[in-house]
Design a protein around this ligand. Structure first.
Ligand code: ATP
Ligand code: MG
Length: 288
């Protein structure tokens, strides 16, 4: 399934103002599931800590990301996100075995944050070119208010926010929404918030409603505070897209092997939950 040739693909940016909230793994899960549904998908690592890139290539970084890894000089390849911030570079994404396309990052992406802000407009032009070639572009964006993050929001159609439920992560959702609304107002009125998803939910009872015992007592309390934060920014609890179950051993093994939950075990809860959330994303973005 692909969108009609005339329509433009959608950039979904995955971002929160806190690290370690399962941004990279969930970007990979959603991108993989979209691909499984038949969409053409490009994944971009826009986080200079490069978790998504390392997880996609656990053994060795492809030369398409770094042309001369042993050189002292930085030699970005044609599939390095750094290239997106310049007007006339050659960009050729890597094609992964399942058909996803991939643009990776190296730590030098952070240098973009010290460049003249023109580079954010160059980025937007380059992304607009890429949108004509894909149904979906998924970007794992950096957790700080920086050129790279602003560029990702200036070019995006949608924002999704992964989060844990503890205080710092919840507050990071609020911060992210403030930044999103600011960038929407000043640079990108078309930008829409798709929702948040809880990434390591300790589910107590799968048969209970979300706010009434689905999670343990403390987590339910934290969830209600997350809903307050959403409401303070103008979004209802409908914007909670999914609760992904906490499954540490499956997560560790899958990551160690460089796999998505789906590839690791298609029947495990996170695999099923991510697939369900991806179907929701497809509906919400009107791609189906
Ligand atoms: N469903 C899950 N259950 C338990 N642990 C999980 C689950 N999904 C991911 N994890 C764990 O969460 C950790 C963080 O995930 P990830 O690296 O994707 O987060 P991140 O937000 O991208 O972090 P960073 O800010 O470092 O880039 C991983 O090490 C992984 O083991
Ligand atoms: Mg990461």
């Amino acid at each position: 399934m692909t969108l009609s040739a005339a329509s433009s693909g959608k950039l979904i940016v995955v971002c929160s103002q806190k690290g370690g909230i399962v941004k990279s793994q969930s970007t990979k899960e959603v991108a993989f599931d979209l691909r499984m549904m038949g969409f053409s998908v490009l994944e971009i690592d826009l986080d200079w800590t490069t978790g998504l890139t390392e997880r996609t290539f656990p053994d060795e970084l492809p030369l398409a990301i770094e042309r001369e890894p042993l050189s002292h000089a930085f030699t970005p390849g044609e599939a390095n996100a750094y290239q997106l911030f310049f007007p006339d570079t050659t960009i050729t994404p890597i094609i992964l075995p399942d058909g996803r396309h991939f643009i990776g990052a190296t730590s030098e992406l952070n240098e973009i944050n010290y460049r003249n802000s023109d580079c954010m407009f160059d980025f937007r032009d380059r992304i607009n070119e890429l949108k004509t070639r894909y149904d979906f572009i998924l970007a794992d964006s950096a957790p700080s208010y920086s050129n790279v993050m602003i560029a990702s929001h200036m070019s995006a159609d949608y924002l999704i926010i992964p989060t844990l439920l503890e205080k710092q992560s919840r507050n990071a959702v609020g911060k992210q929404l403030t930044y999103m609304q600011k960038i929407k107002k000043n640079y990108n009125p078309a930008l829409q918030f798709l929702g948040v998803y809880i990434t390591q939910a300790t589910v107590t009872n799968y048969n209970k409603p979300l706010k009434e015992g689905y999670l343990g007592q403390v987590e339910t309390h934290n969830l209600l505070m997350l809903i307050e934060i959403l409401e303070s920014k103008g979004y209802s609890e409908e914007f909670i897209l999914a609760c992904i179950s906490y499954m540490p051993s499956a997560a560790k093994e899958a990551i160690e092997l460089g796999l998505t939950f789906h590839e690791y075990d298609p029947k495990c809860r996170p695999a099923v939950q991510y697939a369900e959330m991806t179907r929701k994303i497809v509906q919400l973005t009107g791609a189906q």
